[in-house]
Design a protein around this ligand. Sequence first.
Ligand SMILES: [Zn+2]
Length: 235
Amino acid sequence: MEKPLYPSQYMRITQSHTEGTHKDSYAIDEAGSDAGIDYMRAPFTGVIRKIYTQDANEVWLESLDPVLYPDGTIDYLTMLFAHDNDVSDLKVGQIISQGARFYEEGTAGNATGNHVHIECGQGKFTGSGWYQNQAGYWSINNGKLITDCLWIDDSIRILDSHGYQFRAIEVTPAPDIQPVEPDEDVVEPDVPTDPEGTEETVQPSIPTTPKLIFTCPKTDMYAISLKKNQKLYLE
Ligand SMILES: [Zn+2]
């Protein structure tokens, strides 16, 4: 099950859901790495349900399947994005894969400076997708706090979280490690013994505070994927 990921690789939130034009909503503004235009990655695999070009080029993306929210909720998630200057590349019904670049910062709809206005709503797209709230602003249906909807991970650099505390996706290597059936014909290598104890034992350099990432559940053969120059210490 997918975990919806915060869409900008550079988190710089410039307006929270309690401020100004976001009153009575859960909207935030994401301004990216700098004053230029950064792109957003699709937070989950979803389908575009609505594009509204008469205001701020709003796009509603609904998850194809239920997703796992950081607050433990399992449900569909619909998100609203606004201010991309050009959405002519997007179509209603288009499927966007999680992580795919699909929306950009902009100033469409008289925005001050390049940014993306982001809102999360629990469940599938409903009605017209939004409603006029008590402060007079149009807001996504079934709005929900962004930190209860989106996760972060190591690919996201936090420049300014504006006080929001996002839950990080923990790296758990265990599911990727598949036990491999041991080969019956494996012969133990003949390790020469050193009865006199004269040979110098070379100890590998091991970090003083190794980080436990995986406890081997049983004696077996394991396949593990390592990055170049990454060190693996076994106990
Ligand atoms: Zn906004």
